[in-house]
Design a protein around this ligand. Structure first.
Ligand code: NAI
Length: 472
């Protein structure tokens, strides 16, 4: 007889593991299946966490080399020890993976390693690494299998010279020339890592701008900043093909009808990700997968078109972000347990962990313009922040967009030091339907970077900031 559960979760990433823990907390008998023995999915094993470990290490290296002297610190020789940097990254991942295993054990969640296939509503087959197949039964099945790198047909991955983010987290030496295809989250983050460690980084982007979907004013500042840091950008550039010879890749491109060639020892392709639905047996069961996007169709309770089968995270509509999947995991489990789970899709932050960081929530100025409603914008340059000056981190701005008639916050976009932490206040404000004046009237500790957000909000609602003179 197959084992019987209340909930079978397929995928132990930030969607699946969170759903499993929350469901277990609510009294459900849960099993979680993952093809990897290490829990945590892409985010923890080959995504968010290892990339942040390398971003932090490479930023420290860059600061030690380039900025210590300004602080009066003399470091005679700063050398890169890449094997130790990579080992530290692996250690960071391992400690979090172990932590998750402990949480699963404490919450009584069964773990099964293997490839899952949904045989019928309520029934899942798992092919285990030793080749045997087991069958599980459960009242509900949650699909949380995430996404994988999309490919460019003219630039097929070979795992050595033409690679995805997975391999770019573990280059055994710093590439002399790294070509990055795609100026999105991954391209800019991993491009930054290797640029800081000494690679010459060239970014090829199909669109006429970087970071599509982000506020254009912020994206323009980011491009200028990364260019100053040594990265080169070629926009409106189409990849025609690539040839690999003697460890070198030549990428042929086209820009406004003109052909060019770029040579590098590594090419990182980062042109987006696609949902992992293959092999799960979904179409056979009648689960609707949207033709254009490959995303699984779900209703408000995250139920697919087949009763008893649910999906969350990168598999369904919305930004492919770990914290969005996390929220959906909680909401799904709570709804399954008859509670009122909820995700506010208008208040999901996005962060690009380059330096300075980019963090954003709500509508971009372009999206607000499209609504046709009058709006006001307040900006605060970190150059005017006492704390930023003390830190020697004055690059960037905080930008607050509010409805002109009601002053309700519509969007907050920050390019600046520790923007990833600063954005939390803006997310909370948008969640609580706050006005720009609300943020401005909250007492912000001095001297902190958060005062910059308060002054940007003040500028948005009143046209005046305290620490910047605005002539209007
Ligand atoms: P992305 O969607 O952020 O950026 C892809 C970029 O590639 C876009 O600028 C696009 O215009 C460009 N592009 C598409 N086809 C192209 C082509 N043939 N030639 C040149 N450029 C092309 O995707 P990315 O960076 O691969 O990241 C995948 C997902 O992972 C994103 O959805 C992101 O949400 C998530 N992610 C989030 C991170 C974070 O939260 N900090 C970090 C890394 C990834």
């Amino acid at each position: 007889m197959p084992e019987c559960y209340d909930l079978i979760v397929i995928g132990a990433g930030p969607g699946g593991y969170v759903a499993a823990i929350r469901a277990a907390q609510l009294g459900k008998k849960v099993v979680c299946i993952d093809k990897r023995a290490a829990l945590g999915g892409t985010c923890l094993n080959i995504g968010c966490i290892p990339s942040k470990a390398l971003l932090d290490s490479s930023e420290l290296y860059s600061v030690a080399r380039n900025r210590f002297a300004r602080h009066g610190i003399q470091a005679k020789e700063v050398n890169l020890d890449l094997p130790t940097m990579l080992k530290r990254k692996d250690g960071v991942v391992k400690s979090l993976v172990d932590g998750l295993a402990y949480l699963f054990q404490k919450n009584g969640i069964q773990i099964v390693t293997g490839l899952a296939k949904v045989e019928a509503p309520g029934r899942v087959a798992v092919k285990k690494p030793d080749g045997t197949t087991i069958h599980l039964e459960g009242d509900a099945i949650l699909l949380a299998t995430g996404s994988e790198p999309a490919a460019v047909p003219t630039l097929p991955y070979d795992g050595t010279n033409i690679v995805s983010s997975t391999e770019a987290l573990a280059f055994d030496k710093v590439p002399a020339q790294l070509i990055v295809v795609g100026a999105g989250y991954i391209g800019l983050e991993l491009g930054s890592v290797w640029a800081r460690l000494g690679a010459k980084v060239t970014v090829l982007e199909l669109l006429p701008r970087i970071l599509p979907g982000m506020d254009t004013e912020i994206a323009t500042l980011v491009q200028k900043s990364l260019t100053r840091q040594g990265m080169k950008f070629h926009l409106e550039t189409k990849v025609l093909d690539a040839t690999v010879q003697g460890g070198q890749v030549v990428v042929r491109t086209q820009h406004q009808g003109q052909n060019s060639e770029f040579q590098g020892d590594k090419v990182l392709v980062a042109v987006g990700r696609k949902p992992c639905t293959a092999g799960l047996g979904l179409t056979e069961l009648g689960v609707t997968i949207k033709e254009r996007t490959g995303r699984v169709q779900v209703d408000e309770a995250y139920q697919t078109t087949v009763p008893g089968i649910y999906a969350i995270g990168d598999l369904i509509d919305g930004p492919m972000l770990a914290h969005k999947a996390h929220e959906e995991g909680i909401a799904f489990a709570e709804k399954l347990a008859g509670k009122a789970g909820h995700v506010n899709y208008g208040a999901i932050p996005g962060v690009v962990y380059i330096w300075p960081e980019v963090a954003t929530v709500g509508l971009t100025e372009e999206q607000v313009k499209e609504t046709g409603k009058p709006y006001r914008v307040g900006r605060f340059p970190f150059q005017a922040s006492g704390r930023a000056i003390a830190m020697d981190e004055t690059e960037g701005i905080a930008k607050v967009i509010a409805d002109q008639a009601t002053d309700r916050l519509l969007g907050v976009h920050i390019f600046g030091p520790r923007a990833s932490d600063l954005i939390a206040e803006a997310v909370m404000a948008i969640e609580f339907s706050a006005s720009a004046e609300d943020i401005a009237r909250i007492c912000h500790a001095h001297p902190t970077l958060s005062e910059g957000l308060a002054d940007a909000a003040r500028a948005a609602y009143s046209g005046k900031a305290i620490n910047v003179y605005l002539d209007r």
